[in-house]
Design a binder for this molecule. Structure first.
Ligand code: COA
Length: 262
């Protein structure tokens, strides 16, 4: 019997786990099975100590992901669409809050839910042939997997309105100028660029990275005074960790060694 291909593929490259959305004939448009599989793969990557960084990409040369599956959407009534949006939002929030750093390796179209997924990651590394859009308005709908909120958080209100209210598709180069892309690379150099970033991130103490990310994620959600309290509390929690003690001691040891040899 013909076995359906897995909706998400996982591969390990040292400390980097790469998850690949695997529906290339439909430009990796999301299905519930794909979201469930992404969730399960995320669980696995988060539980695996050897995995320090998670990257997400799309299979095929054309798309990262072309968004929610329109063939499914068109059949939904309003309550079903509402539930579908909540499921998508849960998946995006989970990525946004994941304890390990995440990289969207965008290798083509990142549209609708695909763009939301990229924005839910900590970093976007894009191929020079990537493009980004929220086309929902052209379908008389709107982003529903966190797009309106994540876009504002990541690129500011004015820029988010350009995307959400025009439906226009912008090149990776234009998006780099908007400021929400970490790095651009030629298609054949995309994976190397992601690996370099992953190597940098994986070299740091994972708990320090996790604490810093949690504090960063609260910025914009909390009033400044509460955000600063949150930051100070996380600073203190991290400061008590063995990693922080070792990092500070290491700096002092290097300094005194340099003094002795000079
Ligand atoms: N949902 C379901 N199927 C989708 C899809 C989506 N979001 N995006 C692409 N596909 C399917 C196409 O229907 C087509 O399927 P088919 O081969 O069975 O006809 C296949 O993927 C290839 O797409 P196609 O449109 O032929 O490629 P293209 O290069 O001509 O155009 C896009 C690419 C991305 C511009 C176009 O597919 C598109 O506009 N997709 C919808 C994007 C969107 O609005 N996303 C937000 C959804 S809420």
């Amino acid at each position: 019997m013909h076995k359906a291909p897995p909706p998400v593929l996982a591969a390990q490259h040292g400390a980097l786990r790469v998850l690949t959305l695997n529906r290339p004939d439909k430009l990796n448009a999301f299905t519930p099975e794909m979201l469930a599989s992404l969730d399960a793969e995320l669980d696995d990557a988060l539980a695996d100590e050897a995995t320090r960084v998670i990257a997400i990409t799309g299979s095929g040369a054309k798309a990262f992901a072309a968004g929610n599956d329109i063939e499914r959407l068109v059949e939904m009534d309003s309550p079903a669409a509402y539930r579908d949006m909540l499921a998508g939002q849960r998946a995006m929030l989970r990525l946004h809050e994941s304890a390990k750093p995440t990289i969207a390796m965008v290798n083509g179209y990142a549209l609708g839910g695909g763009f939301e997924l990229a924005l839910a990651c900590d970093f976007i590394v894009a191929s020079t042939n990537a493009s980004f859009a929220f086309p929902e308005i052209t379908l008389n709908t709107m982003p529903g997997w966190g797009g309106t909120q994540l876009a504002v958080a990541k690129m500011g209100l004015a820029c988010a309105k350009r995307f959400v209210m025009s439906g226009k598709r912008f090149s990776a180069q234009a998006c780099e100028a908007f400021g929400f892309i970490h790095a651009l690379a030629a298609p054949e150099a995309l994976f190397d660029e992601v690996q370099q970033l992953a190597t940098t991130l994986a070299a740091f103490d994972p708990f320090a990275v996790e604490m810093a990310k949690r504090a960063l994620n609260r910025a914009g959600e909390l009033p400044l005074s509460a955000g600063l309290d949150f930051e100070a509390a996380h600073y203190a929690v991290n400061f008590a960790s063995e990693g922080a003690r070792a990092g500070l001691r290491h700096f002092m040891a290097r300094k005194s060694a340099a003094t002795v040899t000079s």
